[in-house]
Design a protein around this ligand. Structure first.
Ligand code: FAD
Length: 393
């Protein structure tokens, strides 16, 4: 059995890549270990950058986004009783976000792929990767209760943070650089009293809290907790009380009514040194992991897929591999730009661990408030932040 391009993983990266390749007439197959029901329930990200929404639209992949997504163009920072609003859409001349839950996007992309005649092979995990005598990749998959082998011209690992494709790289190409932050975030999906219209970041002496829009009256909330904290120490009443204390909702602001899902994100970031080995490429979380601070993970995954789709089409249809040769360098440059922004934002949102005394904590908050005010006033600093935040390039 052979395909031109084999894709491991039906997350946003794998599904965008497969849809775009299929539209270009390339024979592509996607293997995914989970069922559609599982993927369409898995709530993760929800903010799509303007340029990413534009790309999906240009590829004919934005029907659901246009029907059910909503536009979003400002964020605000609560600090020392003040609220500083950054209207990044105005500051960038129109580059806002689209709010559209990741699981709905994944559902749309699965449906588009099936409509195009090449449905994802669900509940079919990739078990291993090797090579044939010509150096072309060979996959071992569990499909329909049997183990099968497929050959391909190119294999793309879009299999997320714990994927196995990267593990087929030789040890010297498996190097990863990483940072562990000295805090974690409790993540909460909650029913809120009214739709969240803009992202709110709260800088507070007890720690950071955040609220991001999702669909309708569902919001995504974050609470800074000590590293490796046990979520069991956070019963619903404690979460709700702490969110209210840190976010300080004014009358008319969304209030948390009911917690729907609680988890914890261990805050770490990492980047692989190599995104290519021969005819095997990595894209999305398989290549790099960002903290959720700047809402960049999903956007970077789709941007990787867009870049790689274009490069593969050139290689396979025009016999021009030059864009494939530049893939790793282009994506690593972009990844580090995003990592730098997410890291800078985390530094702004969290007080340093050393600031233990109340007076030191207040000093840290006052410095941050001064900085935030600079981000809200039109000028080069505000425009730079707004462009990074909105992914306006
Ligand atoms: P994934 O979406 O992880 O997809 C990888 C797919 O590969 C999965 O479906 C997996 O099942 C499949 N797979 C893995 N191994 C195999 C195998 N051996 N065989 C077959 N299939 C396999 N980003 C933001 O921007 N904002 C947020 O608020 C945000 N919140 C998040 C909350 C959580 C809890 C998590 C986990 C992530 C969050 N992210 C957020 C990150 C964002 O969701 C990811 O960056 C995004 O999903 C990356 O897409 P991807 O396609 O690269 O990987």
């Amino acid at each position: 059995r052979r395909v031109e391009v084999a894709v491991a993983g039906a997350g946003p990266a794998g599904l965008v890549l497969a849809n775009v390749l299929r539209r270009a007439g390339i024979e592509v197959a996607v293997w995914e270990r989970f069922s559609a029901a599982h993927l369409e329930r898995r709530a993760r990200a929800g903010l799509l950058e303007h340029r990413i929404a534009g790309y999906l639209r240009a590829q004919g992949l934005a029907t659901g986004l246009d029907a059910r997504g909503s536009r979003h163009g400002w964020c605000e920072f609560a600090c020392l009783g003040r609220l500083v609003r950054v209207d990044y859409r105005a500051l960038t001349g129109g580059a806002g976000h689209w709010v559209y839950p990741q699981q709905e996007l994944v559902g749309d992309l699965l449906a588009e792929l099936a409509r195009a005649g090449g449905p994802a092979r669900l509940e079919s995990p990739v078990l291993g990767v090797g090579r044939d005598g010509t150096g072309r990749p060979v996959l071992r998959v569990a499909e329909g209760g049997a183990e099968r082998t497929y050959g391909c011209e190119y294999l793309v690992g879009c299999d997320g943070a714990h994927g196995i494709v990267a593990e087929c790289f030789p040890p010297q190409a498996r190097r990863v650089v990483r940072r562990r932050y000295p805090y974690d975030w409790l993540t909460v999906l909650a029913e809120v009293s009214r739709p969240v219209e803009g992202v709110r970041y709260a800088l507070h002496e007890s720690g950071f809290a955040g609220m991001m829009p999702r669909a309708g009256t569902v919001g995504r909330l974050y609470l800074q907790v000590p590293p490796e904290d046990d979520p069991a120490r956070w019963p619903a009443e404690r979460v709700q009380a702490e969110l209210a204390a840190r976010l300080r909702p004014a009358p008319g602001d969304p209030r948390v009514l009911r917690l729907l899902e609680t988890g914890v994100v261990r805050l770490h970031a990492r980047v692989r040194g190599r995104l290519r080995h021969g005819r095997v490429f990595l894209a999305g979380d398989a290549a790099h992991l960002l903290t959720p601070s700047g809402a960049k993970g999903l956007n970077l995954a789709v941007a990787d897929a867009a870049d790689l789709a274009d490069a593969l089409i050139r290689a396979l249809r025009r016999g021009d591999p030059s864009a494939l040769d530049g893939y790793e360098a282009r994506r690593l440059r972009e990844t580090w730009r995003m990592q730098e922004f997410s890291d800078r934002l985390l530094g702004l949102l969290h007080l340093p661990r050393e600031a233990a005394e109340p007076a030191e904590r207040e000093f840290g908050l006052r410095l941050r408030l001064a900085h935030l005010r600079g981000l809200a006033e039109p000028g080069p600093r505000a425009v730079d932040f707004a462009r990074d935040y909105a992914g306006a390039g």
